[in-house]
Design a protein around this ligand. Structure first.
Ligand code: NAP
Length: 297
């Protein structure tokens, strides 16, 4: 699908995208590149990062790939540094790196819980921490008043409760909290806008392949028409909005991009039934109000 944004909305910007080699992160990298940004991709698997960079370059996008683990502070510092050395500045940091798997709480070891917290929550903070020097107004490659942008990729799991994802729910709740705190503190002190995106289920991603493998998909039909899968494009367009000047007054929000799915509940009573019932109930209550001694109060 064509982007509704002008091709130069990120012209001259440099973006670092963790988890940018696959899934949603790769789509964000691609769309940022198509809209004028130079892109650095971070991930642990060399071959994934290399393949992504080759695909971006084949479109004429300026891109580099840097291997690294967001759980390691020295990796975070090195990747940020290499991005700066290569492109001369850093304007946008997207924290997309995450881990996930389905498991019931009793089968999840504390170590497994900790690993996901380490990647999603601590990793997000570590990347922000190491990038601050370059993202803040007046930092290397930055003007005296313009700071950069941080986008944290979250989820909607923790808005209610999600089966078999206690670890990710906790980790993404922390990510949302980090988004708000940094928006307040770094928005005030360094003119950095910090926002998040909470995707619903997005098709053609490693996340969906793991969490809703084909073998399990018949269970989703229980949700019937309420269950809709989004596209990676939908998330990348939200990222473009928030990272570009279109979102210049947006700070501290986590934008839900799920077609309203997290609000969905099965419809227990048919609409026609409700219309009929409400007429009867209305009539009843009017009649009882006529005879009730309290109706004059
Ligand atoms: N897919 C969905 O439906 C969905 C829904 C809600 C939220 N999300 C969120 O959207 C983001 C992308 O999800 P996705 O489904 O597109 O999955 P994905 O491609 O598997 O995203 C994970 C990426 O992060 C990288 N990564 C993982 N651990 C890392 C680490 N320790 N250090 C550096 N990089 C690391 C992975 O590369 P390496 O393994 O090579 O490091 C991979 O490129 C995630 O934050 C996810 O929680 C996805």
């Amino acid at each position: 699908m064509e982007s509704p944004f002008k091709a130069d909305v990120l012209k001259g910007k440099v973006a670092l995208i963790t988890g940018g080699g696959s899934g949603i992160g790769f789509e964000i990298s691609t769309q940022f590149g198509r809209h004028g940004a130079a892109v650095a991709i971070m991930g642990r698997r060399r071959q994934v990062v290399d393949a992504a960079v080759a695909a971006l370059r084949s479109e004429g996008i300026r891109a580099i790939g840097v291997e690294g683990d967001v759980r390691k502070q020295e990796d975070a510092a090195r990747v940020v540094e290499e991005t700066f050395k290569h492109f001369g500045k850093l304007d946008i940091l997207v924290n997309g790196a995450a881990g996930n798997f389905l498991v019931s709480p009793e089968d999840l070891s504390p170590n497994g819980f900790r690993t996901v917290m380490d990647i999603d929550s601590v990793g997000t903070f570590t990347m922000c921490h190491e990038a601050l020097k370059y993202l803040k107004k007046g930092g290397p490659g930055k003007g005296p008043s313009a700071g950069g942008v941080i986008l944290n990729i979250s989820a909607t799991l923790h808005y209610t409760a999600s089966w078999y994802q206690i670890h990710v729910s906790a980790a993404k709740a922390a990510v949302d909290s980090i988004t708000r705190s940094l928006a307040l503190e770094w928005g005030t002190d360094y003119s950095i806008r910090v926002n998040g995106i909470a995707p619903g289920p997005i098709g053609d991603t490693p996340g969906m392949r793991k969490l809703a493998p084909v073998e399990m998909q018949n269970h989703y039909s229980e949700l019937g028409p309420l269950y809709k899968v989004g596209k990676r494009w939908d998330i990348a367009m939200a990222a473009l909005y928030l990272a570009s000047d279109a979102g210049k007054y947006v700070n501290g929000t986590t934008m839900v991009v799920d077609g309203g799915l997290w609000l969905s509940r099965p419809r227990r009573i048919a609409k026609e039934e409700v219309r009929k019932l409400s007429r009867v109930v209305e009539k009843k209550s009017r009649n009882s109000a006529l005879v009730s001694p309290t109706s004059k109060l």
